[in-house]
Design a protein around this ligand. Structure first.
Ligand SMILES: Cc1cc2nc3c(=O)[nH]c(=O)nc-3n(C[C@H](O)[C@H](O)[C@H](O)COP(=O)(O)OP(=O)(O)OC[C@H]3O[C@@H](n4cnc5c(N)ncnc54)[C@H](O)[C@@H]3O)c2cc1C
Length: 465
């Protein structure tokens, strides 16, 4: 059995590791377009901030670890064409040489590429690029390009276009690095994946750390600044009221989301689904025989919404594992995502799982969201922090649909959101959260855990309404 993985990030490597676990004799080849297999691209902001001191430290596993696990890695090698009936993969190596790799099963993990919004200066023959200080951020090569700008051009100011979780992490990172940061977001509040009430708290945290936050601001163009101007780049934008906004900065980072990289699979005839991602069933099978796919290149099965597109590293790991198992003849299903995520912004953290009102209502639920606050541990013990919560439940069934949290980075926001993720996974009601036997000691918690207090606030409020 020769299993070939295309892509050496979360999905591809997870598939290979699972296959190895199940069959020590399987022949495993991983084809990777760049030289950085199994790097934690989620960690790039912390290398760029200087908190992670060497890029090599971002490796989940080293090349030697992967080879010792029994997989053959073809680095700097790009998959060009899948011959589905012949079960062959055409690849080109760094030197340009072509080769046909035979396979019994194939797992596509080509991931995603950054979205390039329609900003003048970002595309076309005269497009600006990393050499000018204009950057996208998705791969290790993108990271090295940002480092070159930071080290060689010694920028003192940056504009970040986009305030999703990567934009926020980079605002934090570049501020830590000493740059004056302006964050521009076309929507009305930061981190549009949480309710604006929590977005406003993130806004305040950025402002407190000196970040200039411009919401409702759509960037139109990035050009080279005129000679004599302070910065290298000139950013032109429009505010919500139509007025012009301009800033001059030494570097500009455009981080407005990703789209699935599906060229290879689509050209081979694979069916595409939501947002143009590769359609897969829960066993991670594509429409092509013997071809599996996983990670940011595929649609996501969501436990409450059905098919959606929700690219996340945690999901890519799980889907890759399922693809690797099933490629060896297994019958495992991807259990589904809840979009559980968390982000650190300076001293605070924001997290969400499940659905918000506007997502739940079209899916047939009768959502009600209730805001509340609780301490992360007993306030009499030093160092307690307030946690802001938004619990979303279904008014008709009482089922827990979602939770959003905001609080200090040491208030266990990530693990608290996981309580709700686990509860939603098991279709618990909001009321039943109070029955969970959760841990308590005053320096670390309360007799009623904060998430339980949020659940009780929801029950009280919905009974009153
Ligand atoms: C800055 C940043 C921070 C993030 N933080 C988080 C986080 O905190 N939590 C979280 O859950 N997620 C996070 N993510 C998202 C997470 O990194 C992705 O969801 C995850 O990496 C997806 O893994 P993947 O294997 O599907 O694809 P990718 O990581 O996109 O990898 C695709 C792989 O395919 C290779 N490839 C593509 N085309 C070809 C080809 N034709 N031939 C050969 N190889 C090819 C690429 O070289 C690469 O190895 C973050 C992403 C970024 C950019």
């Amino acid at each position: 059995m020769h299993l070939v993985m295309i892509g050496g990030s979360d999905a591809g490597i997870s598939a290979a590791l699972r296959a190895r676990e199940l069959d020590p004799g399987a022949d495993l080849t991983v084809v990777v377009a760049d030289a950085y297999p199994n790097f934690s691209i989620c960690g790039m902001p912390y290398y760029l901030s200087g908190e992670v001191t060497h890029w090599r430290n971002l490796a989940h596993r080293t090349l030697a670890d992967l080879e010792a696990a029994g997989m053959r890695l073809r680095l700097d090698t790009t998959a060009r064409r899948i011959d589905v009936p012949g079960r062959k993969l055409l690849v080109t190596s760094a030197g340009g040489g072509e080769e046909l790799l035979g396979y019994d099963k194939l797992a596509v993990g080509t991931g995603a590429v950054p979205v390039r919004p329609p900003i003048s200066g970002l595309a076309g023959p005269a497009a600006l690029g990393p050499g000018d200080g204009l950057h996208l951020l998705h791969s290790m090569d993108d990271t090295f390009a940002v480092i070159r700008t930071l080290e060689q051009a010694a920028p003192t100011s940056a504009v970040i276009v986009g305030a999703g979780y990567i934009g926020l992490e980079m605002a934090d990172a570049l501020t830590v690095r000493g740059l004056a940061v302006t964050q521009m977001e076309q929507l009305g509040e930061l981190l549009p994946t949480v309710d604006p009430e929590l977005g406003a708290l993130i806004h305040a945290e950025l402002a407190e750390h000196g970040v200039e936050v411009l919401t409702g601001t759509t960037v139109q163009a990035v050009t080279r600044a005129a000679p004599g101007q302070a910065g290298r780049l000139h950013v032109q934008a429009t505010a919500a009221d139509g007025s012009a906004v301009t800033r001059v900065a030494d570097m500009v980072l455009v981080v407005v989301g990703v789209r699935p990289e599906t060229t290879l699979a689509a050209e081979a005839g694979a069916t595409l689904g939501v947002k143009g991602a590769i359609a897969v069933d829960r066993r991670m099978r594509t429409s092509l025989p013997d071809v599996f796919a996983a990670g940011d290149c595929v649609i996501t099965h969501h436990r409450l919404l059905g098919e959606t597109y929700l690219p996340l590293g945690t999901t890519a790991h799980k889907q890759g594992r399922v693809a690797g198992e099933n490629a060896l003849g297994g019958n495992r299903e991807f259990a589904g995502s809840l979009g559980t995520q968390v982000v650190k912004i300076f001293d605070q953290a924001a997290a969400r799982t499940g659905l918000r009102d506007h997502e739940a209502a079209p899916a047939g639920f009768a959502p009600v969201s209730v805001a509340s606050e609780a301490d992360d541990h007993k306030a009499y013990y030093p160092g307690s922090h307030r946690i802001h919560m938004r619990v979303t439940g279904d008014r008709t069934t009482g089922r827990l649909l979602g939770l959003q949290l905001f609080g200090h980075r040491h208030a266990e926001i990530a693990k608290r959101i996981d309580i709700a993720a686990t509860a939603i996974f098991h279709t618990m009601t909001v009321d039943a959260i109070s029955d969970l036997d959760l841990s308590y000691t005053p320096p670390l918690g309360s007799p009623w855990e904060a998430v339980q207090m949020g659940a009780q606030a929801w029950v009280r409020e919905t009974q009153r309404r």
